[in-house]
Design a protein around this ligand. Structure first.
Ligand SMILES: [Zn+2]
Length: 299
């Protein structure tokens, strides 16, 4: 039997007896790639890791076309945090901040903060966006609220990140589906929550993902599905950068060309890919029809 991957992997599982579905994400190299792109203060480093794990975690229970992103903006020291997982399991993320950054970094204490979950296909303009209330200090509790409210079913989310790994566990009570004689076990959800409460961040960070559900919930008839591979990856392209430049307008593009000896260089903040445009390129892209504006962070 092949060895199962222990890092950069998403596992879905069912607790059949309890009627609970779960998703488990463990990131290693993909997280270190994202974390290594800036010298993040410790509190922000942890939050970015949690958000990256969460972006993958939230794809576990849906049919995704495009990407799922978690974006947080505030007027405070944390200006922006962005984490995204694509339908191909490609992850990217970044954060921008001003010093001094408060530590611990409490989400409910950030000035004028908003957090959005966006699901869909940017290129086709098909996007759904939901806003997350920031009434808790930590990301996991805020996301739990969001799911409990939007799906009308209880959810439990655990997130943790350190220098090596970013991990997440999500449990959702399954709806009693029509046509199936689901034996309702009123205590099941509470029983699963009780077992989940014994799981600390250290154990979540160090456990082999394909073993954790069995170890925690061994009396709940665990059914583990085929794991999905995850990896660092960026969706930037010359076309998207061109669209971003076009959205700036002719005056700004001309000014950038003049300031840089007739060449514009755009460096992707997610993956450090460099894109170059000379005057001929710029003229070409400006003469193309008006394209939909690029979103604030993404290229
Ligand atoms: Zn990129």
């Amino acid at each position: 039997m092949d060895e199962l991957p222990v890092d950069d992997v998403l596992h879905r599982f069912l607790l059949e007896r309890a009627g609970v579905r779960g998703t488990l994400v463990r990131l290693g190299p993909a997280w270190r790639e994202v974390a290594g792109r800036a010298d993040y203060p410790p509190a922000l480093h942890a939050l970015l890791g949690e958000a990256l794990a969460a972006s993958a975690l939230l794809t576990g229970g849906i049919k995704l076309d495009g990407a799922l992103s978690i974006e947080l903006k505030s007027a405070g020291a944390l200006r922006l945090l962005f984490a995204e997982c694509s339908d191909q399991g490609r992850l990217r993320g970044l954060a921008r901040w001003n010093e001094p950054l408060p530590a611990p970094l409490a989400l409910d204490a950030l000035a004028d903060a908003i957090m959005a979950i966006t699901i869909g296909n940017v290129d086709r303009g098909q996007r759904y966006q939901g806003l997350v209330d920031l009434r808790h200090a930590d990301l996991a509790a805020s996301l739990e609220d969001y799911f409990t409210k939007s799906e009308q079913l209880p959810a439990r989310i655990l997130l943790a990140a350190d220098g090596e790994r970013a991990v997440g566990l999500m449990l959702q009570k399954m709806p009693g589906e029509g046509g199936h004689a689901v034996v309702q076990d009123d205590d099941a959800w509470n029983r699963v929550m009780h077992l989940t409460a014994t799981l600390g961040a250290a154990e979540l960070l160090t456990s082999a993902p394909e073993q954790l559900p069995y170890r925690l919930y061994h009396e709940e008839s665990v059914r583990l599905f085929e794991p999905r591979p995850l990896a660092f990856g960026c969706s930037c392209s010359r076309e998207r950068v061109s669209a971003m430049l076009r959205s700036l307008g002719r005056d700004e593009v001309e000014a950038a060309l003049a300031a840089r000896d007739g060449e514009i260089e755009v460096v992707c903040e997610f993956c450090a890919q460099r894109y170059h445009f000379d005057r001929i390129d710029a003229e070409h892209l400006l003469s193309e029809g008006a394209a939909p504006g690029a979103p604030g962070t993404a290229q």
